[in-house]
Design a protein around this ligand. Sequence first.
Ligand code: ZN
Length: 48
Amino acid sequence: MCPHCKMELAELWFRELKGNMGKRCVYFCLKCRSRLGISHRKGLTMGL
Ligand SMILES: [Zn+2]
C-alpha cells in the first residue's frame, strides 16, 4: 500500500541502481510514482 496516494498496489515498479555500494533496487508506486523504498539486500526499507 502506497503511503502517498493510499492506493493498494498489486505490484511495484523497481529500478536497479548500480553504484559504489553495490546493487540496489529502488521501488516506485505505479500510481503516483513516489519512491517507496530502497532495497539494499533482502529487506525493503520503507522511505518517506
Ligand atoms: Zn502512490
